[in-house]
Ligand binder design. Structure first.
Ligand SMILES: Cc1cc2nc3c(=O)[nH]c(=O)nc-3n(C[C@H](O)[C@H](O)[C@H](O)COP(=O)(O)O)c2cc1C
Ligand code: SF4
Length: 426
């Protein structure tokens, strides 16, 4: 299939992270055009392109940008642009490729977004474990400053933009945008209730746009080629290409850029090389550990876009972190492992999440070890139902949905582990 590799096109070029190499590949070539455009026109192109945020929720990027209050309504407050490079979701490992192999593409995207949003200061918030990538980003920023691509009066355009790398302490919850903002401010990285949404009141109570790495790195291509060219790729409601990180029981795990709307089986069997010899597909988590699991029958029905996965499998494209599990997988053990993560990462503000994640993990350990009764499965389901949508942030639902979907779609596997150990399974 013929499609532009918008995000990964430079990854195989040696030293692609260096400014001279990046420039030879066209990075920063869109800046003169963008810096000559009226800010509202940049936002309009991004909005028309149909680009949807790649951090997980798929929220339309251009629309989010229009939520920033106009200058006269901001009461002198600045606008901040934050790039979310926290990427801590199990199964998701795409942003680190963009950051490591093409940091200048992200910087170019952030400069264009800053121009659109009247931003003078931006931050790349990166997870604590990515210190080696943060060092590379700092080098890229230094190169860009020296070349006059950052700082005052960028390329003589009158646009000023300073960009900093901020390293977190390695907490999954700091990927949630309000927690990220608190952490950046030097506070505990804990989410806040929305509204107000960050676009209206975010960092230091000023309007703040938080976008994922991949989202921002696409912007230069859209400016260069136009909204119609972007919309011509992918599907009507899910335009463009997207990065998918595929892991688990496939021959070629890795990060693949594909046009949205490609059959899920093509991604698994062709791009990721298919399953190991003699193995059968058992389950797939399509979009990072937080989304509901899918059965092989659902996989056959779905294509890799936001609508298809939701309609045909009740799951989500999410961040694009696909985990493939073959028939050797103990799904009870797999879910237990996931809940260990959520129990550890809950920030502890909400009782259902703080207590419930730990309880779900404890019950699952008993199921896995053959020490549970069928009534425990009822309690497990009840806990998940009482966490979902009853918490400050979406973390609660993210922990509940795997439990709910594994119990529903692979029920017999759980019942087999508790049979004869008591009555009451719903
Ligand atoms: C628990 C949790 C973790 C998250 N982690 C990330 C993350 O690592 N990276 C990311 O871009 N978005 C993450 N998000 C989503 C962000 O809150 C936010 O929606 C996103 O950064 C917006 O960018 P986008 O519009 O470009 O998708 C997370 C959300 C939750 C609830
Ligand atoms: S849902 Fe969990 S992670 Fe989110 S604010 Fe509440 S306790 Fe913290």
């Amino acid at each position: 299939m013929d499609f532009p590799r918008i995000l990964s096109g430079n990854w195989e070029t040696p030293d692609s992270h260096r400014l001279t190499v990046a420039r030879s590949r066209g990075v920063y070539s869109r800046l003169p055009k963008a810096l000559g455009m009226a800010p509202a026109d940049i936002t309009a192109v991004v909005k028309d392109s149909g680009l949807r945020g790649r951090g997980g929720a798929g929220f339309p990027t251009g629309m989010k940008w229009t939520f920033v209050p106009a200058l006269e309504k901001r009461k002198g407050k600045p606008v901040y642009l934050l790039c979310n490079a926290d990427e801590s979701e199990p199964g998701t490992f795409k942003d680190r490729y963009c950051l490591w192999l093409d940091p200048h593409l992200l910087i170019e995207g952030m400069i264009i977004a800053a121009r659109a949003l009247d931003v003078r200061v931006g931050y790349i918030y990166i997870r604590g474990e990515f210190r080696y990538i943060a060092r590379r980003l700092d080098e890229a920023l230094a190169e860009a400053y020296t070349a006059g691509l950052l700082g005052k009066n960028i390329l003589g355009s009158g646009t000023d933009f300073d960009l900093y790398v901020h390293v977190g302490a390695g907490a999954y919850i700091c990927g949630e945008e309000t927690a990220l903002i608190s952490s950046l401010e030097g506070e505990k990285g804990q989410p806040k209730l929305k509204p107000p949404f960050p676009a209206v009141e975010g960092a230091w109570r000023a309007p703040t746009i938080v976008n994922n790495v991949e989202t921002l790195a696409v912007v230069p291509w859209i400016i260069e080629n136009g909204a119609a060219a972007y919309k011509a790729i992918g599907t009507e409601k899910s335009p463009g290409t997207k990065l998918f990180s595929v892991s688990g029981h496939v021959r070629k795990p890795g990060v693949y850029e594909i046009p949205l709307g490609l059959p899920m089986t093509t991604l698994i069997n062709e791009y990721a090389g298919g399953l190991l010899p003699g193995r059968k597909l058992k389950a797939v988590i399509p979009g990072g550990s937080s989304v509901p699991v899918m059965t092989p029958a659902e996989v056959e029905l779905c294509s890799m876009d936001y609508e298809s996965i939701q309609t045909n499998a009740g799951s989500y494209l999410g961040s694009g972190g696909m985990i493939v599990m073959d028939d050797t997988t103990d799904l009870v053990a797999a879910l237990t492992n996931l809940l260990r993560f959520y129990a550890h990462e809950s920030c502890g503000q909400c009782t259902p999440c703080r207590e419930g994640c730990g309880w779900m993990y404890q019950i699952l350990c008993r199921v896995r070890d053959g020490d549970a009764t069928a009534a425990d499965l009822v309690t497990l389901r009840d806990l998940a139902d009482n966490i979902h949508s009853k918490t400050i942030c979406f973390f609660g639902a993210s922990a509940a949905m795997p439990v709910q979907s594994f119990l529903t779609k692979f029920r017999s596997e759980f019942l087999d582990r508790v049979q004869g150990r008591g009555a009451g399974a719903a």
